[in-house]
Design a protein around this ligand. Structure first.
Ligand SMILES: *Cc1c(COP(=O)(O)O)cnc(C)c1O
Length: 395
């Protein structure tokens, strides 16, 4: 069976009620049919559910689907994307280890590496997204245990060559860990380029409808075994309710990502032609500096487009306030188009030099293109650009 069929047909076994939609096991614990069975379950001589911090059938259904979509052997689900990021590092790194990362990271991932892991003597080096294979090679230290990156990055939409990092990790026996949130497995499967671990904020495109928080890490069995132990003992488990919502959403992930990508490309093309938009960035626009790489590792460009307007925050504010359809929010990955000014919100806490390195300028606007009719979106963005030009800010 093809992935799309499996995404729809993978389901927890039917209960005696013969339900068609997948059941929701909203229970904190499971009963033992005998004292003997309780003993066997804890001794792990008999497989089965004990307590939903350890495992739950609804959560497992979600994990099974993500493993299937990401071409990975095993996985664990977590309460949020950040719990997935943290668990993937904390479970596998120890004092004295070094983590090599691409600088263009989600803000909280950056904080985990610089402020939390550092307290335990785990050191790091950041490289720019456009670093060459030689640059990455030169940054590998004898104690480098993990390479961590996001591609495309948030909000810069910079790409990292997955096959290149796969080669370096294999050569030096380093764990290759990828946050695949922006592309989703519908558009990019890092394990096929050598990634050992692939993680997600399921809050974004996996839910895709702005309802629940969730995270997941999938990958090689040997690493997931350590993550499972870490999560079972420290407790960042996913709620069965959220898993039920997310598992249903995975049935439409492929369809949604195709439509997000075609809407995003059309909006990017329309705005690129507009004389009052200074710059448009989108991986599947020919003007993207890594367009060829994008085509080689992604099936389509995804939902996120960035634009740059001249004139600083006042111009940005005039534009954002003039939008009639798009929402102003810091989230992304929703059916509803969302617009964010990273400089004053999601990335406001970064130091000026960090902002510069990530291309976060006052006029940068991140658009998470939704599933509304594309003609309505183009009209809304065009009129908002025009309102912002007419406002006297530029004079
Ligand atoms: C949102 C996000 C996260 C964090 O996920 P939460 O579910 O909010 O904890 C991590 N990585 C990327 C790329 C994200 O966009």
């Amino acid at each position: 069976m093809k992935k799309q069929t499996k995404a729809i047909r993978t389901q927890t076994g039917k209960t005696k009620y013969r339900e068609h939609s997948t059941p929701l096991f909203l229970t904190s614990s499971f009963t033992f049919e005998s004292a003997e069975q309780g003993k066997a379950l804890f001794e792990e001589t008999e497989p089965g559910n004990i307590y939903s911090r350890f495992s739950n059938p609804t959560v497992q259904e979600f994990v099974d689907k993500v493993c299937m979509l990401e071409d990975c052997e095993d996985g664990v689900a977590t309460a949020t994307g950040m719990a997935a990021v943290f668990a993937s590092m904390a479970a596998l790194l120890k004092t004295g280890d070094h983590i090599l990362a691409c600088r263009a990271l989600f803000g909280s991932a950056h904080q985990v590496i610089t402020q939390i892991l550092s307290k335990w003597g785990i050191t790091h080096t950041y490289l720019d997204a456009d670093a060459s294979e030689a640059d990455w090679e030169a940054a590998v230290q004898p104690n480098t245990r993990m390479i961590y990156l996001e591609t495309p990055s948030n909000p810069g939409l910079d790409l990292v060559d997955l096959a290149m990092i796969g080669r370096i990790c294999k050569k030096h026996n380093i764990i290759f860990n990828v946050d695949n949130c922006f592309a989703s497995p519908a558009l990019q499967t890092p394990a096929d380029f050598g990634a050992d671990l692939v993680l997600h904020s399921a809050t974004k495109f996996m839910d895709g409808q702005g309802r629940v928080l969730g995270g997941v890490v999938v990958g090689k069995k040997e690493y997931i075994k350590e993550l499972r132990f870490f999560c079972r003992q420290t407790g960042p488990s996913m709620s069965p309710f959220n898993a039920w919502v997310l598992s249903k959403s995975l049935e439409t992930l492929n369809l949604r990502m195709e439509k997000h990508s075609s809407n995003a490309l059309q909006l990017a093309q329309a705005l690129e032609k507009h004389p009052d938009v200074k710059q448009v960035k989108y991986p599947f626009l020919e003007s993207h500096p890594q367009h060829e790489l994008a085509k080689s590792q992604m099936k389509a460009g995804g939902a996120v487009v960035t634009i740059e307007l001249e004139g600083g925050f006042e111009r940005v504010a005039a534009f954002m306030d003039a939008l009639e359809i798009a929402s102003l929010s810091s989230n992304l990955g929703d059916t509803r188009t969302i617009v964010t000014n990273p400089n004053t919100t999601t990335h406001a806490k970064l130091k000026p030099e960090e902002k510069k390195a990530l291309g976060i300028t006052p006029g940068l606007i991140r658009i998470s293109v939704g599933l509304e009719d594309i003609e309505d979106l183009i009209e809304d963005f065009t009129q908002a650009v025009e309102v912002s030009v007419k406002s006297d800010i530029l004079e």
